[in-house]
Design a protein around this ligand. Structure first.
Ligand SMILES: [Zn+2]
Length: 338
């Protein structure tokens, strides 16, 4: 039988897929089991999030998981930014990265604490393009080790609640005014953060960099496209920002489709699913299936669907199967060598 040019929602289980951005902070095997059942390989991202276990503990957890689920879960490492102003910090951080790569990490994650939280002793913010990180990025650049960078936040974070585009941001920033940057002009602004990431890419043109969350340019595919055109080693992941594309596709569905066709080799699927020891197998099953099926339906069909972050139904993009394969598997394989 000739293969169809398009997938349907029934093909979900048959297609090998990679969720290239999850956080497995649990020793339970549920998430790996559910991923296997759904034909997903996972890339777990160790990150310096205050609510997460410490980085060495995250690493230990994921290495243990990998010993049971060989070739179906991979991971990225990160480095501890505390003590960044101290003598010898950079050597120490780089040493940890090297050890992690030796143990099997596929790359390195940097997080939004850089640019939005991390300060020097003189009170100045440390930005991702600053000299403190030069040695580390130089090392990674020379060896083509991929860096996944979550720098900044959705642009909504700097807008008043009533101007925000999606419900999840409206809800989150209403409940967390301390993180709503619209009220905090004393922190670096949205453009400062975007510029700092762009500057890093200028400083290290051979660095293989994946802009997490659509490179924090989720509000405009034009803005993402400008960077993808300019920086040939830049990729973006879709993690937790698909609703922003859906929002744009209300008025410009064809433009969003064109974006996927034009940059089909540079876009990577990911979800930000995160699980802890407190989650039951049923929780993991329900939540993963929910997110994975919803996204699949949006990309492969042209059905109208209701998504939690938007008040009106959105029409699926119905991308060709060859493009879906790249976004859901081939690009992550190539970038992270998994
Ligand atoms: Zn994440």
């Amino acid at each position: 039988m000739k293969r169809s040019k398009w997938y349907s929602d029934k093909d979900f289980l048959n297609v090998q897929k990679i969720d290239a951005h999850i956080h497995m902070n649990t020793r339970h095997s549920y998430f790996n089991e559910v991923a296997r059942e759904n034909n997903f390989t996972l890339l777990s991202i160790n990150t310096e999030v205050p609510e997460y276990p410490l980085l060495p503990d995250q690493q230990e957890i994921i290495l243990e998981q990998q010993s049971h689920f060989d070739q179906s879960v991979f991971h990225l490492t990160s480095f501890d930014t505390s003590g960044i102003s101290e003598e010898g910090w950079s050597e120490k951080a780089l040493e940890y990265v090297k050890e992690s790569i030796d143990k099997g990490a596929c790359g390195v994650k940097v997080w939004k604490n850089i640019g939005m939280d991390l300060k020097r002793e003189d009170g100045s913010f440390v930005m991702i393009c600053d000299r403190e990180f030069d040695e580390i990025f130089g090392y990674l650049e020379a060896r083509s080790i991929p860096v996944l960078g979550h720098i900044g936040e959705p642009r909504n974070c700097w807008l008043p609640i009533e101007e925000m585009t999606v419900d999840n941001d409206r809800n989150y920033y209403s409940q967390h005014p301390e993180f709503h940057m619209y009220h905090h002009p004393e922190y670096p602004g949205y453009n400062d953060l975007i510029n700092s990431r762009d500057q890093l890419l200028e400083n290290h043109p051979d660095l293989l960099f994946i802009g997490a969350h659509l490179g924090s340019l989720e509000w405009s595919v034009d803005e993402v496209a400008i960077r993808l055109d300019k920086y040939s080693n830049l990729y973006v992941d879709l993690t937790d920002r698909i609703c922003h594309l859906q929002y744009q596709s209300f008025s410009e569905r064809n433009k969003i489709k064109d974006f996927f066709y034009a940059y089909q080799d540079r876009i990577i699927y990911g979800t930000d699913l995160e699980f802890f020891d407190g989650h039951t197998r049923a929780d993991v099953f329900r939540e993963s299936q929910n997110v994975w099926m919803r996204d699949w339906k949006y990309f492969v069909t042209d059905e109208e669907m209701v998504v939690p972050a938007l008040d009106s139904p959105v029409e699926g993009l119905k991308l060709e199967a060859s493009v879906v394969d790249k976004i859901y598997r081939e690009n992550a394989k190539k970038c992270y060598r998994i």
